[in-house]
Design a protein around this ligand. Structure first.
Ligand SMILES: NC(=O)C1=CN([C@@H]2O[C@H](COP(=O)(O)OP(=O)(O)OC[C@H]3O[C@@H](n4cnc5c(N)ncnc54)[C@H](OP(=O)(O)O)[C@@H]3O)[C@@H](O)[C@H]2O)C=CC1
Ligand SMILES: O=C(CO)COP(=O)(O)O
Length: 324
């Protein structure tokens, strides 16, 4: 049992399977839930639906058999946040003793208002857990463009071991023991990127986008303080780094969703992770007495309760206050 298994064969899972294969030259199972789709990926040696134009590394084996996790000492869990609990329940009886599970999703689970590491700790008691997050478009990573991410685990030695296992010349995981801070940054930036996209889509200008990023970061910092996240985590790769990337790039699905909403265009049929997360992020903040005006506005817009124009009016009408 020396291999890596990646559960979730979307854009990010496919890119990470290639990274893991390149990093260790060991077998990597890329596990998707749709047998026909996985057979098509194997036939083409490419995930044409999610990551067209990127050949699979020869060490990657696409499969629909979740049992393939049994041969892995490292399992990357790369399905959307709202599916993590159910997927983890299916994984639990199949994991090898001693296997580490690295969650790679960014979001907040609705209902429990829980960050991915909390969901996993609940669903996989006793399993060694880690979290991978940071500024990294699948499309950049799979093309071998330089990328730095954060690999967090409460056990520092585990974080270092996993970072070594996944590092390539171009993909550089930095380690952290602040799981909460890393998970919170990944969740919040998805929501804030929708706000930045909406501002751009509505033609509010680059100054407004910069203001949203800075005040969005202030929201992240307030909630982070309440949850015990470390400030240096929030200003690092998985916090500010990912916020800057996602809130300024049309390549981001969250930014693109916000831009469509801001332009009054129909939202994409498949909503970005931030849309699923916004209300749960706000509920998490409410439970800690922390106010997140921008995230709350995003939650109201994606739920269809207010238009982008109304949300902007509400934000502009807020009383003036200290920047702290
Ligand atoms: N794309 C990126 O650049 C990055 C994404 N992330 C994060 O990674 C996570 C996954 O994103 P990404 O790969 O881009 O998403 P995609 O939409 O590209 O892929 C999602 C994958 O999850 C699978 N899936 C969905 N629901 C379930 C379920 N209930 N059970 C099993 N599998 C399921 C889908 O299967 P099917 O095809 O059958 O629907 C698909 O293979 C998100 O949390 C995202 O925020 C993080 C960093 C970078
Ligand atoms: O997480 C990402 C980059 O770090 C990908 O962002 P989107 O999900 O908005 O495309």
């Amino acid at each position: 049992m020396s291999g890596v298994a990646v559960v979730g064969a979307g854009a990010w899972g496919t890119a990470l399977a290639n990274v893991a294969a390149e990093a260790s030259a060991a077998p990597v199972a890329l596990i998707g839930r749709d047998a026909a789709a996985m057979a098509a990926i194997e036939a083409a040696r490419e995930n044409a639906r999610y990551l067209p134009g990127a050949p699979l590394n020869p060490h990657v084996t696409p499969t629909a058999a979740l049992d393939a996790v049994a041969g892995a000492e490292v399992v990357l869990l790369v399905t959307p946040t709202q599916t993590l609990r159910a997927v983890a329940a299916e994984l639990a009886p199949r994991l090898q003793a001693g296997a580490a599970v690295v969650v790679c999703a960014k979001g907040v689970e609705r209902g429990a208002n829980a960050l991915p590491p909390e969901v996993l700790a609940d669903a996989l008691p006793g399993v060694a857990l880690a979290l991978l997050s940071g500024p990294s478009f699948a499309d950049d990573v799979v093309r071998g463009l330089p990328t730095a991410v954060t690999l967090a685990a409460s056990d520092e030695a585990l974080a270092a071991r996993l970072a070594g296992r996944l590092a390539t010349r171009s993909f550089r995981p930095y380690t952290s023991t602040d799981m909460t801070g890393v998970a919170l940054g990944g969740a919040a930036k998805n929501v804030l990127a929708i706000a930045a996209g909406a501002a751009e889509g509505r033609g509010l200008g680059a100054s407004a986008v910069a203001a949203l990023i800075a005040r969005g970061f202030a929201e992240l910092a307030r909630l982070g303080a309440a949850l015990g996240a470390r400030p240096e985590t929030l200003s690092g790769l998985s916090g500010l780094g990912d916020l800057v990337l996602t809130a300024t790039s049309p390549k981001s699905r969250n930014f693109a969703l916000g831009r469509a909403l801001g332009r009054g265009e129909p939202a994409p049929a498949k909503l970005a992770e931030g849309a699923a997360t916004a209300s749960a992020l706000v509920a998490l903040a409410d439970a800690h007495g922390v106010e997140l005006p921008i995230s709350r506005a995003v939650a109201a817009v994606v739920a269809g309760r207010v238009s982008v124009a109304e949300a902007i009016e509400e934000l502009l009408a807020r009383p003036l206050k200290s920047e702290a």
